[in-house]
Design a protein around this ligand. Structure first.
Ligand code: FEO
Length: 397
């Protein structure tokens, strides 16, 4: 278990989880695994920034021991309380009981609930510094990026930002740096990570980037807590976060639906054809055959959302119901929505989707389309025209 040198006297000592496929319960499929990044800084004082998921504590401890005896650790910086970063903390403290822990006030609360017991916890706020000797660690609170306790650590000497979850990717790889990974894959995983974890907090992302720019601190490297370290081109991920945070979207429509006997699917295809024939790109998903976290990823940069369901018990079908709940939480801005679906007698799916769109803040300038039983040729044409008009609204909006 070899540590990886990041710069002088600073090492990656985290763990690679090649096999994980679901994250945050089952909300996020991580087809390329992930890493839990922890960083060891050797100075007059020795500091460990974050730890790893508990199951990987042995891997992290071995890496630390390649560099120093573990009881040499003086300080542990807990940028975030979530167990993928704090899981190994109790074990590390067991091996170096005199180590002091630093984190935000909310982190203290969270750690006490996750791991009851006494520890020397020191609350820090934005602007506070901790000297290690030649290096100072500076702390920047980052509440709701993505938990209330979240915090960034900055090292001026190395122009290195350690932002914990921000700027991460769920990507297990043999390379630890951005220049060792195919850039398309890297940015796709960064996009998926933003969409599924940070999108609801986009306003705060933009404010935090503005705050850091205003601070005028040089940033040569960004070392997040998941995925690779941005050493070659940190601007690439800062620019991407500015774009995503500002809800900048392309003229593209995500069509996603659940169908019972195929009528709603016929509607989805006719609507999509109308959109595509009008020169707007479509991403087309049967919700039951698709990865929901991939659909959310496509939604991040799409201007239009066209969602459909057959009516079932006066509402939507159960699987799209779960997806709609997930989607609603993203709170997208400046988007245009449409709703469609077939029904047998009373209907109900389309009003349900309209309600969700409203709660998500998505405007529906064209209303929706609901069709009884199986769409006939006139109704297929109606769906097609709805798609044509939707594409027009996308281009105008
Ligand atoms: Fe990677 Fe919020 O934990």
């Amino acid at each position: 278990m070899r540590p990886i040198k990041i710069c002088d006297n600073l090492y990656w000592v985290g763990a690679i989880d090649w096999n994980v496929r679901n994250f945050h319960g089952h909300t996020y499929t991580v087809n390329n695994g992930t890493t839990y990044n922890a960083y060891l800084i050797i100075d007059e004082k020795v500091a460990l920034v974050d730890t790893v998921l508990g199951a990987f504590k042995g891997e992290m401890i071995e890496r630390i021991r390649e560099i120093v005896p573990i009881d040499r650790i003086d300080y542990i910086i807990a940028n975030h309380v979530e167990p993928d970063h704090s899981g190994a903390l109790p074990s590390v403290l067991g091996l170096c009981p005199d180590a002091k822990v630093y984190g935000s006030a909310k982190c203290k609360d969270g750690l006490e609930k996750h791991y009851p017991g006494k520890r020397d916890f020191n609350i820090v706020k934005s602007g506070d510094k901790l000297s290690l000797g030649k290096r100072d660690l500076s702390f920047i609170e980052a509440p709701m990026l993505h938990w209330p306790d979240s915090m960034f650590t900055y090292i001026e000497k190395d122009a290195l930002l350690l932002p914990n979850d921000a700027f991460g990717q769920h990507l297990a790889s043999s390379g630890r740096f951005d220049d060792e990974i195919d850039n398309y894959l890297l940015m796709q995983e960064a996009r998926k990570y933003y969409a599924n974890i940070l999108w609801p907090f986009s306003g705060l992302v933009v404010k935090k980037i503005e705050q850091i720019v205003k601070m005028g601190i040089p940033i040569k490297m960004i070392a997040p807590s998941h995925g690779v370290i941005w050493r070659n081109n940190p601007k690439q991920i800062i620019d991407a976060y500015s774009k995503w945070g500002n809800n900048t979207a392309s003229y593209r429509v995500v069509v996603a639906y659940e169908t019972m006997w195929g009528s709603t699917e016929k509607m989805a295809k006719a609507i999509s054809q109308g959109i595509m024939d009008s020169g707007v790109t479509v991403k087309f998903y049967d919700i039951n055959k698709s990865d929901k976290s991939e659909i959310i990823t496509d939604m991040l940069e799409s201007k239009g959302y066209m969602l459909g369901s057959s009516t079932h018990d006066n509402s939507v079908l159960p699987n799209i119901a779960g997806f709609l709940e997930f989607f609603k939480g993203m709170k997208p801005k400046n988007r245009i929505g449409g709703a469609f679906g077939s029904y047998g007698w009373a209907g109900g799916s389309v009003p349900f989707i309209e309600k969700v769109m409203g709660e998500a803040g998505v405007k529906m300038p064209l209303g929706s389309v609901a069709i009884k039983y199986v769409p006939n040729i006139e109704e297929i044409n109606q769906c097609y025209e709805y798609g044509v008009n939707f594409a027009k609204a996308i281009k105008e909006g």
